[in-house]
Write a protein that binds this ligand. Structure first.
Ligand SMILES: Cc1ncc(COP(=O)(O)O)c(C=O)c1O
Length: 497
C-alpha cells in the first residue's frame, strides 16, 4: 500500500450501527473533520463530515440514533496504489480536501490530501548522486578524516577548472570564502565596501566582521542584480569626497549573473576590485566564461540548498596565486613558516574537511546536469504561468546563461489581487514550500543607518522586488509531475482571487 497520509485510518472508522454520538466523538478528536462508515466486513459505505452530523441533528436525529441514518455523501475514493496525478485529479475535479484510499475489497486503508501528496515539494533540497559515497568511503578507508587529503586536493583542482580559474581554496562556507576575500584584498576597519543590496545577509556580514562599512547598491529592474546606474552614481560621489570603496561585492542573484561588463567597466575606471559573490551561481556563465571567473576573486557556497552541496561548505577562487596562498594560510590559523607553532596575525579555522570534499567531488561531476535540470524547471514555470497578467520573471542579463538556482516570480498585487505572502501561505497549506525573495539589506535592522544608493531617485527597485517576489520550488530532483501540480495550484489560487 502506498502511504499518502500521516494519519492512521483506524482513527476515522465507525462501523454500521454505531450511534451518532460515536461519530461525533470521533470527528471531534480527529485532525481531519471526517469519519468513514464501514460495514461489518470493513468495507466503505460512505463518508460523514461534521456538517453532515449537524444537518442530521437539525433534521430530527439525536445522539443515540444510528449513524447509518446520517445524510452522508458518496466518498471520493481510489485504489491505494493509484498514481499521484490520478489523486491530484480527483481532488481537483471533486473539489474535496481528501480522497479515501481503498483496497481491492473496498476497505479504506488511508486518506490522501494535498498536503500529504505535496509534502516533500521543498524549495531546493540536496540532490545526491551515487558517486559521492565512493569518495567519502575512500576518505574513511585511507583515514583522511581531516581538513587535508586527496579529496580536498582533487576537489580544488576540479573546482578551479569548473570556474575558469587558476586556483581554488575549499573552505567551510561561502561566508568564510567572502571573509577571506576581503581579508586578502586588504579591507580594514573603517573602509567602505559596496555590496548588492538585494541579497542574503551573508554577502554583507563579512564586511562587518572587519569593522568595514557596507554601502548598499540597489538592483536594476530586469536582472534584479546590482544596478550599474546606482553604482556609477555612488562611485562618482565618493570619488569627489575621496571615500572610494576598498572593494565591491557583486552578487549573482538566484543564479543569474549580474551584467558584469558594465559593472566592471565602471569599477575599473575607479580602480576598485570586484569580489563576485557567486554563492548561488556556480555553473552559470557570462560572455561564455563561467560565473566566478570575472572578478578579482569569487566565492561559492555548497550549502545544502545550493546547486551542488557538500552539506555545508564554500570556496574562494581566483587567478592570483599570492592572494590565494594568503587566503589558504588565513584559513588554517595563519601559521608562520616555522617548525613550531608561531602566529603573527589574527586568522581562522575555515578549511573544508576531506570527507566533505569527497561529497563535493561527486556533486561537481554532475554540475552541468544539475544546471540543465534547473533551467528546464524555470522554462516549465515560465510556460505554465507566463500568460497570467501580473506574474513576471527575473531576466537573464545580456550574454549570460543563468544557473536558475531558484525560479523566482514577481507578483504585481494590483493585477493578481493578492500579496505574495498570501499565495505563499496557501501553497504551504497545499504542502508546497515557497519563500519570499531576499529582504534587501537596506530594510534590515542590521543595516540601519547605512548608505543605500537607489537605482533611480524615483524607484528603489530592491524593496519593490522584495514585496512582490516569491521563490518557487526549484530543486533539480523535483519531478515534472510535482511541478505540474505546483503550476496547477498557483493557477487555481490566482483564478480564485
Ligand atoms: C548570495 C549568498 N551569499 C553568500 C552565501 C553564504 O554561503 P554559506 O551559507 O555557504 O555561508 C549565500 C548562501 O547561503 C548566498 O545565498
Amino acid at each position: 500500500m502506498r502511504e499518502h497520509s500521516g494519519v492512521a485510518i483506524e482513527d476515522f472508522l465507525i462501523t454500521s450501527g454505531s450511534a451518532v454520538r460515536e461519530a461525533l466523538q470521533m470527528i471531534n478528536g480527529a485532525p481531519i473533520k471526517i469519519c468513514l462508515l464501514v460495514d461489518t466486513q470493513g468495507r466503505l459505505l460512505r463518508a460523514v463530515t461534521d456538517g453532515d452530523i449537524r444537518r442530521g441533528l437539525l433534521a430530527g436525529l439525536d445522539l443515540e440514533s444510528s449513524a447509518d441514518e446520517l445524510p452522508g455523501r458518496e466518498p471520493v475514493t481510489c485504489f491505494a496504489d493509484a498514481e499521484k496525478d490520478a489523486i491530484y485529479r480527483l481532488l481537483d475535479e471533486n473539489q474535496v480536501h481528501s480522497v479515501i484510499l481503498i483496497d481491492k475489497e473496498s476497505r479504506p486503508v488511508g486518506l490522501a490530501d494535498r498536503a500529504s501528496l505535496g509534502a516533500g515539494i521543498l524549495m531546493s533540497p540536496p540532490h545526491m548522486g551515487e558517486i559521492e559515497l565512493h569518495f567519502v568511503r575512500a576518505a574513511f578507508e585511507d583515514n583522511w578524516i581531516a581538513p587535508a587529503g586527496p579529496n580536498l586536493v582533487q576537489f580544488e583542482k576540479e573546482l578551479a577548472k569548473a570556474s575558469g580559474r587558476s586556483h581554488a581554496l575549499a573552505v567551510s562556507s561561502g561566508t568564510a570564502a567572502l571573509h577571506l576575500a576581503l581579508r586578502v584584498i586588504g579591507v580594514r576597519a573603517g573602509d567602505r565596501v559596496y555590496v548588492s543590496d538585494l541579497t542574503f545577509a551573508a554577502s554583507l556580514q563579512p564586511i562587518m566582521f572587519e569593522g568595514a562599512i557596507p554601502v548598499l547598491i540597489d538592483s536594476e529592474p530586469d536582472s534584479w542584480n546590482m544596478s550599474s546606474e546606482a553604482l556609477g552614481r555612488r562611485l562618482a560621489e565618493d570619488a569627489k569626497d575621496r571615500t572610494l570603496p576598498r572593494a565591491i561585492i557583486l552578487v549573482h542573484l538566484y543564479g543569474q549573473p549580474a551584467d558584469i561588463s558594465s559593472i566592471k567597466a565602471i569599477a575599473d575606471h575607479y580602480c576598485v576590485p570586484i569580489v563576485e559573490d557567486a554563492a548561488e551561481s556556480l555553473g552559470a556563465s557570462y560572455a561564455d566564461r563561467p560565473s566566478g571567473s570575472h572578478g578579482q576573486l569569487a566565492a561559492f557556497s555548497f550549502n545544502g540548498n545550493k546547486i551542488i552541496t557538500t552539506s555545508g561548505g564554500g570556496a574562494l577562487v581566483g587567478d592570483d596565486a599570492e592572494l590565494l596562498e594568503k587566503a589558504r594560510n588565513l584559513s588554517t590559523q595563519g601559521r608562520d613558516f616555522a617548525e613550531h607553532y608561531q602566529h603573527s596575525e589574527v586568522a581562522y579555522n575555515y578549511r573544508m574537511s576531506n570527507v566533505l570534499a569527497g561529497i563535493g567531488l561527486g556533486q561537481l561531476a554532475l554540475l552541468q546536469e544539475r544546471v540543465a535540470a534547473r533551467r528546464a524547471i524555470f522554462r516549465r514555470y515560465r510556460e505554465g504561468l507566463t500568460d497570467i497578467p501580473g506574474i513576471g520573471f527575473q531576466q537573464e542579463a545580456p550574454c549570460s546563461r543563468g544557473s536558475r538556482w531558484l525560479t523566482v516570480i514577481s507578483l504585481n498585487p494590483n493585477r493578481i489581487g493578492r500579496h505574495s505572502y498570501q499565495l505563499m501561505r496557501e501553497l504551504r497549506r497545499a504542502g508546497i514550500e515557497t519563500r519570499p525573495g531576499w529582504k534587501p539589506m537596506h530594510m534590515q535592522p542590521l543595516c540601519a543607518g547605512l548608505k543605500f544608493e537607489p537605482h533611480s531617485e524615483s524607484e528603489p527597485v530592491s524593496s519593490r522586488l522584495f514585496l512582490q517576489s516569491l521563490c518557487l520550488p526549484s530543486g533539480s530532483s523535483m519531478t515534472q509531475l510535482d511541478q505540474d501540480h505546483i503550476i496547477a495550484q498557483i493557477r487555481r489560487m490566482v483564478a480564485e482571487t
